[in-house]
Design a protein around this ligand. Structure first.
Ligand SMILES: NC(=O)c1ccc[n+]([C@@H]2O[C@H](COP(=O)([O-])OP(=O)(O)OC[C@H]3O[C@@H](n4cnc5c(N)ncnc54)[C@H](OP(=O)(O)O)[C@@H]3O)[C@@H](O)[C@H]2O)c1
Length: 328
């Protein structure tokens, strides 16, 4: 079920369709960006242990709440379980750390960040732990461990029972992993978060989730721009320069980014665009007073080329010397 600005989940809870993604928001500016975002109207924040800025995001949330801009209950806060904490005995510890850093006593959504389990790193040793076991070794690499997702999911379910989190979900899962999870889940995944933009439309995954009543959030909804500065995409791969998108933007007197983001929400997903710039915070939320025509939606759908920018099968080998495909 959908309302104008929110997706109504199976539980009846309302997930705001546009959230602020906070990956790569510098610690130094995160409190201000988050507080400004709340003032501008954002109520959904997409956080994670791995982004290394939960204390600063928490500071921004606290500032806005203490100034009376909004109440905690009006916010939708998502965080994610990192790969090093998949063992049953580490899940609660990881969640409690995110709660403490964000300065809240519950999360609206806690997600398994990747279907990848790596060796535990104690928070005293390093936090956030990152991808490799020993970053100071001459030849750092990932060390995977044998933890079934069922074990992790059971521990996630205990977090719901314990009142630490309201919903649980998964990121970077395909239909096969979801089907398996649905066989044993006592608490169903409320949300799937995956990479979604016009160059990676994933229609079949969306259709499956719709049938299963799992809401979907698209990450990297603008596609390449997040990945160009870190060498994972080329400038020429930006959907924001696509002539079809530019034409539609001109027809609506909107920006290319707004057209791409509107496409995301109009096909029924939530989106979590990241920006550190105040003007773009406004731009990326200002999506509810125009609509793409059916022809425009079909045209943008036709741009799909299956281009995945965030692919552990690529970046783990380049960055961490470990071949780790998960989508193949
Ligand atoms: N679950 C997962 O595995 C996973 C993986 C990746 C991301 N995520 C989540 O998804 C969020 C969004 O993804 P993302 O950060 O990769 O990419 P994104 O939101 O699609 O794009 C962010 C990039 O686009 C720029 N940008 C933002 N608004 C713009 C606009 N209106 N016009 C032009 N450029 C604009 C930003 O620069 P400025 O900051 O300079 O504006 C930044 O370089 C993340 O922050 C994170 O919360 C989750």
């Amino acid at each position: 079920m959908q309302s104008e600005k929110e997706i109504v989940l199976e539980s009846g809870a309302r997930l705001p369709k546009v959230g602020l993604g906070v990956w790569k928001i510098d610690q130094a500016v995160a409190p201000t960006v988050v507080c400004d975002a709340i003032e501008i109207g954002y109520r959904h924040f997409d956080c994670a242990c791995d982004y290394g800025n939960e204390p600063q995001v928490g500071q921004g949330l606290r500032d806005a709440i203490s100034r009376g801009v909004c109440r905690r209950e009006e916010l939708w806060l998502t965080s994610k379980l990192w790969n090093t904490y998949h063992r049953e005995e580490h899940v609660r510890l990881a969640c409690e750390r995110s709660l403490a850093d964000l300065q809240v006593d519950y999360l609206d959504l806690y997600m398994i960040h990747f279907p990848i389990a790596t060796e535990f790193v104690s928070p005293e040793t390093r936090y956030p732990p990152g991808w490799v076991e020993d970053p100071n070794s001459g030849d750092p690499s990932m060390s995977s461990v044998r933890v079934p997702i069922e074990e992790t999911w059971r521990a996630m379910e205990r977090l719901v029972e314990g009142g630490l989190v309201r919903h649980i979900g998964v990121c970077n899962f395909g239909t096969s992993l979801l089907r398996d999870l649905l066989n044993y889940a006592e608490v169903r995944p409320a949300v799937l978060q995956v990479e979604l933009h016009p160059y990676l439309a994933q229609d079949r995954l969306l259709r499956f989730c719709q049938e299963q009543q799992i809401a979907v959030t698209g990450f990297s909804p603008l596609g390449a721009p997040s990945y160009i500065p870190i060498g994972m995409a080329d400038e020429c791969e930006s959907i924001l320069n696509d002539p079809l998108v530019s034409g539609i933007a001109a027809a609506h007197a909107r920006t290319a980014a707004q057209v791409v983001l509107r496409w995301g929400i109009q096909r029924g997903t939530a989106i979590v665009p990241k920006t550190s710039q105040t003007q773009r915070l406004r731009e990326n939320l200002d999506l509810f007073d125009f609509e793409l025509t059916d022809d425009e939606m079909v045209g943008i759908n036709g741009l799909n080329r299956g281009r995945r920018f965030n692919d552990p099968g690529e970046f783990c080998e380049k960055a961490f010397g470990t071949y780790f495909p998960i989508f193949d």
